[in-house]
Design a protein around this ligand. Structure first.
Ligand code: PBG
Ligand code: ZN
Length: 325
């Protein structure tokens, strides 16, 4: 008697057979490209730990946007680098702050492009924390007020989506109310719902000069050891009115992406963060890995884990590779 076994290889015989049974696909529609806009003139400064990623002043933003748009990338996520920082992060909610001005410029030249404004204070505060400080602690509710002001000024400037990342409790509810009261009930909130206190943000903090001047972010961002807590964070943001949820970082947290996907019915975004990008770039520059294959495998792995959208510094490269496939 023959022993029965499955012939899985029937479906792997050729490129076209494999294409027939492929379960997950990448497209430029999936990508959100982060851009660091810097106050000042003629700034195009490569971030040393993030080859290919720049701090750009407004006079260089147009060339960047031309490239992004011509590659078919439809959304960008803006981070601001102000000239001056202070205790309360005033430049975050200044109507002519750098993100507000960059938003106006992009919406004027590329009205179709979706501008997502990262809403936080840490790039704007002298102490580098994501909220207001008293006695060495980050205060929750007073920070919410500044966050709401930031979101409203970003919406006024034309932002299509508000993406609050500061991990204060109740930020989605507060921003939803603030936006609604200011007449922006149509503007969605993409919440950094599940954000871990991660070492993978290191290169970003170089880029944004936002390393906390004392302590760390563990009293507001999540403990990397926790899984069940991620669902509590995601559920509360759903109830508070979030329109999208973000899990961050990406690669080491794919289990969390799947958990959130299985339990919460909202568009799910993964943030493939700076440290993940830097590791790939460094290894590729050493000739140790095949950058294209590694990046595409990582990105499709994120989709397979369950996300709908990917915030990634690899977006432009990935769009080029997709085009040539
Ligand atoms: C701001 C913010 C951070 C990132 C996105 N928004 C940094 C942080 O929380 O320290 C990290 C992004 C990255 O590492 O690419 N709150
Ligand atoms: Zn922050």
């Amino acid at each position: 008697m023959d022993i029965q076994f499955a012939r899985h290889r029937r479906l792997r015989q050729s490129p076209n057979m494999r294409a027939l049974v492929r379960e997950n696909h990448l497209s430029t529609n999936d990508f959100i490209y982060p851009i660091f806009v810097a106050e000042g003139h003629n700034i195009k400064k490569e971030i040393s730990s993030m080859p290919g990623i720049y701090n750009l002043s407004l006079d260089h933003l147009e060339e960047e946007m031309n490239e992004v748009v011509s590659l078919g990338i439809k959304s960008v996520l803006l981070f601001g680098i102000p000239l001056e920082k202070d205790e309360c992060g005033k430049q975050a909610y200044h109507d002519h702050g750098i993100v507000q001005e960059a938003t106006r410029l992009i919406k004027e030249k590329y009205p179709e492009t979706i501008v997502i404004a990262d809403t936080c204070l840490c790039e704007y505060t002298s102490h580098g924390h994501c909220g207001v400080i008293e006695n060495g602690q980050v205060l929750n509710d007073p920070s919410l007020e500044l966050l709401v002001q930031t979101a409203v000024s970003q919406a006024k400037a034309g932002a299509d989506i508000i993406a609050p990342s500061n991990m204060m409790d109740g930020f989605v509810a507060a921003i939803r109310t603030g936006l609604d009261e200011a007449g922006f009930e149509h503007i969605p909130i993409m919440s950094y719902a599940v954000k871990y206190a991660s070492a993978f943000y290191g290169p970003f903090r170089d880029a944004a000069d936002s390393t906390p001047q004392f302590g760390d972010r563990k009293a507001y961002q999540m403990d990397p050891a926790n899984r069940m807590e991620a669902l509590r964070e995601a559920e509360s943001d759903l109830l508070e009115g979030a329109d999208f949820l973000i899990v961050k970082p990406g690669m080491p947290y794919l289990d969390i992406v799947r958990d959130v996907k299985n339990n919460i019915n909202l568009p799910l975004v993964i943030y493939n963060v700076s440290g993940e990008y830097s590791m790939v770039k460094a290894a590729a520059q050493n000739g140790w890995i095949d950058e294209e294959r590694i990046v595409m495998e990582m990105l499709v792995g994120m989709k397979r884990a369950g996300c709908d959208l990917i915030i990634t510094y690899h977006a432009k490269d990935a769009a080029r590779w997709l085009r040539n496939q």
